[in-house]
Design a protein around this ligand. Structure first.
Ligand SMILES: [Zn+2]
Length: 354
C-alpha cells in the first residue's frame, strides 16, 4: 500500500509528522509522500531526526537525498505548491525533491517567502488581538519546534488555548453554539470580515514577479530540484469543463466521450496538453485521489495514458483515521510500481536539468 498525498501539521493537517509516521508504520504502508502546502518542514533534517528519536525503537533508519526509510516505510520528499493556471488556482505536487538541489533554489525561496509572509501577518494579527485584551504572545506561535509557516487556523488554535472562556462566551453571544474548535475560531473571530484579520503581505511572496507562481514556473521549480511534477487532484478543479457525469460510463473507454466546454471554462485536455509541454512529458496526473468521484478516475487515467504521463495515487490525508491512509489503488503491486516509475522519471529529470 502506498499514499502519495499526506499533509501534516506543518501545513494544514491535524496530525504531526510523528503521528503520521506512526500510523503509516502501523498500517504497513510501504511508501508515503509528505506533501505539505508550500512547505518542506516534514523532510528537513532538523524535523526528521528528533521525530525518529521519538518513534524509537526503529529497526532501520536511512536518509537519502530525495527520501528516507524507516523500517519498511519509504518517505518521499515532496511538497504541494499552490499555483495559478490561466487565472485559476491549481495545485502541483513535486515528488523526490533532492535536498541538495533544493538548497538555494527558487522553490526554497518561494517556501521561505511563504514563511516570512505568514509571520508578518501573524505579527499584525497578534498586536490587534492584544489591543483588544486577548492573551496571545509572539512566543505562542513562533518557537523552533512549531511549524514554520503560521496558518490562520494555527493562530486560532493558540488564541483559543489561552482565551477559551472569553471566546466561548463571545461565540455564544453571537448564537454560535457548536463545539468551539480552532476552525470555528478561525472562521468567526479572526476570519476575513473580522477587525483582527490581516492578509498575507504579498510583497514577500512574488517569485518571478507573480504570486502564486504560474503552473509552468512551479513545474520548473520542482524539476530544478530534481523532482517530478504531478497535477494534484485534477478532478477537483471547478474551472475545468466537465461533461455531465451521469452520462459517463463507469469503466472502459472514455476518450470517445465528447466534453462540453461551458463559457469561461477550460477544457481538461488543454490543461493536460499545457502541463505535458511544461513538464517535457516527464510529469504525472494524480488520477487516484480520495476526493475524486469514482466516475472521474477512468477519464483522468485515459488522459494520462494518451499523453504518456505517470499515474499517481494519494488520499489527501489531513488527519482523519489511521485506516484512511493508503488503500486507494485496487491492487498493491501497482502502488509500488507507481513509486518506481516516479523514481525513474526523477532520474531522467536530473540528467536534463543538471
Ligand atoms: Zn491540494
Amino acid at each position: 500500500m502506498i499514499d502519495l498525498q499526506v499533509h501534516t501539521s506543518a501545513s494544514d493537517g491535524n496530525w504531526t509528522l510523528e503521528n503520521v509516521l506512526r500510523a503509516a508504520l502501523k498500517e504497513r504502508i510501504c511508501a508515503i509522500a509528505i506533501t505539505d502546502h508550500d512547505c518542506v518542514d516534514a523532510w528537513k533534517p532538523s524535523t526528521i531526526f528528533p521525530t525518529i528519536k521519538r518513534l524509537a525503537p526503529v529497526d532501520r533508519f536511512e536518509t537519502f537525498d530525495d527520501h528516507y526509510i524507516i523500517n519498511d516505510l519509504q518517505v518521499i520528499h515532496a511538497e504541494e505548491i499552490t499555483c495559478a493556471y490561466r487565472g485559476f488556482e491549481i495545485h502541483l505536487l513535486g515528488y523526490f525533491l533532492c535536498g541538495s538541489m533544493y538548497k538555494d533554489s527558487e522553490l526554497e525561496m518561494h517556501n521561505r517567502a511563504m514563511i516570512e509572509a505568514t509571520k508578518r501577518r501573524a505579527q499584525s494579527m497578534i498586536s490587534k488581538l492584544q489591543q483588544a485584551g486577548y492573551l496571545l504572545e509572539w512566543n505562542d506561535v513562533v518557537r523552533p519546534e512549531l511549524p514554520q509557516m503560521i496558518r490562520r487556523e494555527f493562530i486560532a488554535d493558540k488564541l483559543l488555548e489561552r482565551n477559551r472562556a472569553r471566546i466561548t462566551a463571545e461565540l455564544k453571544a453571537k448564537a454560535i453554539t457548536s463545539n468551539v474548535s480552532p476552525r470555528l475560531v478561525s472562521d468567526n473571530l479572526i476570519g476575513r470580515d473580522s477587525p483582527f484579520y490581516a492578509s498575507v503581505p504579498e510583497q514577500y511572496l512574488a517569485i518571478r514577479g507573480r504570486h502564486p507562481p504560474e503552473l509552468k514556473d512551479a513545474v520548473e521549480m520542482v524539476m530544478y530540484c530534481g523532482g517530478v511534477p504531478v497535477i494534484s487532484h485534477p478532478g477537483r478543479y471547478k474551472f475545468l469543463a466537465s461533461s455531465p457525469l451521469a452520462d459517463m460510463p463507469l469503466t472502459g473507454e472514455t476518450s470517445k466521450v465528447s466534453l462540453s466546454t461551458p463559457a469561461g471554462k477550460i477544457d481538461r485536455e488543454q490543461l493536460v496538453r499545457d502541463f505535458k509541454q511544461a513538464s517535457r512529458g516527464l510529469g504525472g496526473l494524480e488520477v487516484h485521489n480520495r476526493k475524486h468521484v469514482l466516475q472521474q478516475i477512468p477519464i483522468w487515467r485515459d488522459l494520462a495514458r494518451r499523453y504518456e504521463l505517470l499515474v499517481t495515487a494519494g488520499t489527501d490525508f489531513h488527519g482523519e483515521r489511521d485506516d484512511y491512509l493508503g488503500a486507494l489503488v485496487e491492487n498493491g503491486p501497482a502502488g509500488i510500481e507507481m513509486v518506481e516509475k516516479l523514481a525513474l522519471a526523477a532520474d531522467h529529470i536530473r540528467r536534463i536539468v543538471r
